[in-house]
Design a binder for this molecule. Structure first.
Ligand SMILES: [Zn+2]
Length: 271
C-alpha cells in the first residue's frame, strides 16, 4: 500500500511491543487517523536511548513517523499519557492486555478511520489505570468495541422477529448477534445462552449511556460478572469465526482455488 506522505505526526497507543534486531523494537500502534500499524523504534532497547521511556506498552505518545517502503520508523516519541499502574499492577496490566489484544484482533491493517476506536481505547486504559475497580470500564469497552467493529449486539428488538422485547428473561444468540425473546427461543435451542432481565438492563445502559452516568447508577459486581461471561462468549465466537474465515481463505489458496474464478466476470457474461 503506497502512502503519499513521507512523514506524519500522530498520537499513538502502543498495543504490542517486541524486540527487533540488536537494539530496536517493533511496535504495533493504534492511531486516530492512520489506523493500526507496525512501526520500528530504532535504538529503543539501549538504556541511553531518549526514546526508551516513550515506547512502553499501553502508553499514549505523540509520534513523528517516517514512512518507509515497508515499515514506518519512529523518528520522535513524546509521552502524553504514561498509565504507569498498567505496568506496575498485575491485575490492571492484565485488564489492559485483554483490551489491547481485542483492539488488535478486531482491527484490520488497512482500516484508516480508527478515531472512535482510538478514543475508546485511550479512555479505557485511563480508567483501568485510575479506577479502584476497573471491571465496569472493561465491560463498557467490550460493548463499544463491538459497536465500532460492526458487531453491535441487538438489545432492543428480538433478533429473530424484530419485535420489541418485553421486560422478561430472554436468551442471547451469538450467531444472530442479539437477544431472542422466549417465544422464538425454542427455534434456537442449544445455540443460545441465558439473558436475564437485569443483565440486559446493564448491557443496554452500557450501549446507550455515558460512562459516568453508568458508574453513578452503580451496578452490583455479580451483575457485571454476568455481563462479562456473556460478552466473553460473544467475543470469542466472533474471533473464532473470523479465524475460521482466515483459515478457509488460506486453504483455498493452498489448493490453488481462486475465490473470484467461480463467478463470471462482467466481460464474459451473457450478452
Ligand atoms: Zn422474538
Amino acid at each position: 500500500m503506497a502512502r503519499a506522505e513521507r512523514s506524519f505526526k500522530t498520537a499513538a497507543i502502543i498495543l504490542k511491543r517486541r524486540d527487533f534486531g540488536e537494539a530496536d523494537r517493533l511496535l504495533t500502534i493504534l492511531t486516530p487517523a492512520h489506523g493500526k500499524q507496525d512501526v520500528i523504534a530504532k535504538g529503543a532497547r539501549k538504556l541511553t536511548s531518549q526514546k526508551m521511556g516513550h515506547v512502553e506498552l499501553f502508553t499514549c505518545a505523540e509520534m513523528l513517523i517516517h514512512t518507509g517502503r515497508d515499515l514506518g520508523v519512529v523518528a520522535q516519541a513524546e509521552m502524553i499519557m504514561p498509565f504507569n499502574a498498567l505496568r506496575e499492577d498485575l491485575t490492571r496490566g492484565a485488564y489492559a492486555a485483554y483490551c489491547v489484544e481485542l483492539v488488535d484482533r478486531f482491527t484490520g491493517d488497512g482500516e484508516d478511520d480508527t478515531n472512535r476506536l482510538f478514543n475508546l481505547t485511550r479512555e479505557t486504559l485511563e480508567r483501568i489505570d485510575q479506577e479502584a475497580d476497573p471491571r465496569l470500564a472493561v465491560r463498557f469497552f467490550e460493548v463499544h468495541l463491538l459497536d465500532v467493529s460492526g458487531f453491535r449486539p441487538e438489545l432492543q428488538f428480538c433478533a429473530a422477529s424484530r419485535e420489541p422485547l418485553l421486560p422478561q428473561d430472554q436468551v442471547f444468540s451469538y450467531s444472530e448477534g442479539g437477544v431472542i425473546c422466549p417465544q422464538h427461543a425454542p427455534a434456537y435451542a442449544g445455540a443460545t445462552v441465558p439473558m436475564p432481565m437485569q443483565t440486559l438492563k446493564l448491557l443496554r445502559m452500557l450501549q446507550r449511556s455515558r460512562y459516568d452516568s453508568i458508574r453513578e447508577t452503580g451496578f452490583p459486581n455479580g451483575l457485571i460478572d454476568d455481563a462479562e461471561r456473556l460478552m466473553n462468549g460473544y467475543l470469542t465466537y466472533l474471533l473464532e469465526r473470523r479465524l475460521q474465515s482466515v483459515e478457509f481463505l488460506r486453504r483455498l489458496r493452498r489448493e490453488g482455488i481462486s475465490i473470484t474464478s467461480s463467478r463470471p466476470s462482467p466481460n464474459t457474461g451473457s450478452q
